[in-house]
Design a binder for this molecule. Structure first.
Ligand code: NAD
Length: 442
């Protein structure tokens, strides 16, 4: 099949590479010329396991091409996918500017029937905006060409995006006629051979499903974070509580880890946008708002612990392990590490940072100020530091040399925002250990 995808970010590029791997002819379009140049030379512009191999293989085979030429891409694809960013607007609602720009571009260039698919996360009603934008541009050309709009939100996770796309738990398709539903089933058939995971529904429900999924996951995290703060105050151990409740299959063990707050490009903006959708129809999303508020507070918890320990932080140096918002990605959008770094700088401290993949993305945000030192290894980050803070649960950090840490850290103290260690082990080396929702271990 011929597929064109607008946007070559985490979603667009992975989608393009996976569809090409299944034998389709795919063109990926972006307005970022440098990115397209890099991709054409076979380099993935971000870190995502497995994408490099897919890119190389499919570009070489001629099934996957990159361009800035929107017209050529629209000529090529029967399926035109919109996978551009939908950042939060100033008021927290989803900014559809990029999505609608692409819709108008489609209307400007299409010459025959197209299936226009929105993969970006967009609020209920957006498919209608896309339809209107395409129609208006077609009318301005005095054209009346048939097309269908589809809502097909993406559920891949950064860090396991290829695996998620190739073996999806489900594929949500929102359509307004059965024929388009069948076309979409055919498009996704290669990824659904063992059993049919395509769920076809109406467009509004499909658009809402994506927000419902992300808000539910964010709720689980904020719930555990709220409980961890209570556990801190009543002398309970949140890790024991986690295991205790996770054993109930109605609750389950997944996504109930307490931590330093959720980040990334999706949960924070999607939770805010869902609340905004409620507001727009006169319905107060009380639970969703609380999830957001709890997360904002949680991103300060590790800083509060560090501040309470040191009192005055001016002149102190804190080593930070982990900058990405989660392991296996270089994405630092809304990462809790950034909140901590900024709070520490505000209090007069300096940071020495390490992350296996996200150093360049952090450098792109902050440059090279005096109070930020980029280090090549976790051990180098702790050199000359007073304390260590852990923000991302990369495997690399799970089993450190505690003896060396005790020798290196001036204050002999660890602040762990991911609860990676057994407190009894850490204290054996003479280190003090502060984690989330567990008693301080000395
Ligand atoms: P991204 O910021 O990584 O990439 C977006 C790309 O779109 C950029 O390369 C940008 O240059 C390009 N672009 C912008 N305007 C364009 C235009 N007019 N024509 C062509 N290209 C254009 O974004 P992302 O993380 O891939 O997210 C894309 C969408 O998918 C968002 O709505 C997001 O919420 C959703 N989503 C993201 C994830 C994720 O894990 N990142 C998962 C599921 C859904």
């Amino acid at each position: 099949m011929n597929i064109s995808i607008f946007g070559s970010g985490y979603v667009g590029l992975v989608t393009a590479a996976c569809f090409a791997e299944a034998g389709n002819e795919v063109i990926c379009v972006d307005i970022d010329e440098a990115r397209i140049q890099k991709l054409t030379e076979g380099h993935c512009p971000f870190y995502e396991p497995g994408v490099d191999d897919l890119l190389k293989r499919n570009v070489e085979a001629g099934r996957l091409r990159f361009t800035t030429d929107a017209k050529a891409a629209i000529d090529h694809g029967l399926f035109i996918m919109i996978a551009v960013g939908t950042p939060p607007d100033e008021d927290g609602s989803a900014d559809l500017r990029h999505v609608l720009t692409v819709a108008r571009t489609i209307g400007e260039h299409m010459k025959e029937y197209k299936v226009v698919i929105t993969k970006s996360t967009v609020p209920v009603g957006s498919a209608e905006h896309v339809r209107r934008a395409v129609n208006e541009t077609l009318s301005s050309r005095s054209e009346n060409i048939e097309f269908d709009v589809v809502s097909n939100p993406e559920f891949l996770k950064e860090g396991s995006a290829v695996e998620d796309f190739m073996k999806p738990d489900r594929t949500i398709v929102g359509v307004d006629n059965p024929r388009t539903g069948e076309l979409m089933r055919a498009l996704y058939a290669p990824f659904n051979r063992s059993r049919d995971r395509v769920i076809v529904m109406d467009i509004a429900s499909s658009e809402l499903t994506k927000y419902a999924a992300n808000a539910m996951l964010a709720t689980k995290i904020s719930f555990m974070n709220e409980l961890s703060n209570l556990a801190d105050r009543v002398g309970a151990d949140i890790e024991a509580v986690r295991k205790g409740i996770g054993s109930d299959p109605r609750i389950g063990y997944k996504f109930i880890y307490p931590g330093a707050g959720y980040g990334g490009s999706c949960f924070p903006k999607d939770v805010s946008a869902l609340s905004k959708t409620g507001e727009q129809v006169g319905y107060n999303m009380e639970l969703v708002d609380a999830v957001n508020a709890v997360n904002h507070r949680q991103k300060q918890v590790l800083f509060d612990k560090i501040k309470a320990y040191f009192g005055d932080l001016s002149g102190k140096t804190i080593a930070i392990w982990g900058l990405a918002f989660k392991p296996n990605t270089d994405d630092v959008r809304e990462a809790p590490a950034r909140d901590l770094m900024e709070a520490l700088w505000g209090a007069g401290a300096a940071v020495r940072v390490h992350d296996p993949e996200a150093m360049d993305t952090i450098r792109a945000c902050y440059g090279e100020p005096e109070n930020l030192t980029y280090c090549n290894s976790p051990a180098e980050a702790t050199q000359g530091a007073d304390a260590l803070a852990i923000l991302t649960e990369w495997k690399l950090y799970h089993s450190p040399n505690f003896e060396q840490l005790a020798e290196t850290l001036t204050a002999k103290v660890i602040f762990d925002g991911r609860n990676l260690f057994d407190p009894a082990v850490v204290t054996r080396f003479g280190l003090e250990y502060h984690s989330i929702g567990r008693p301080v271990a000395k």
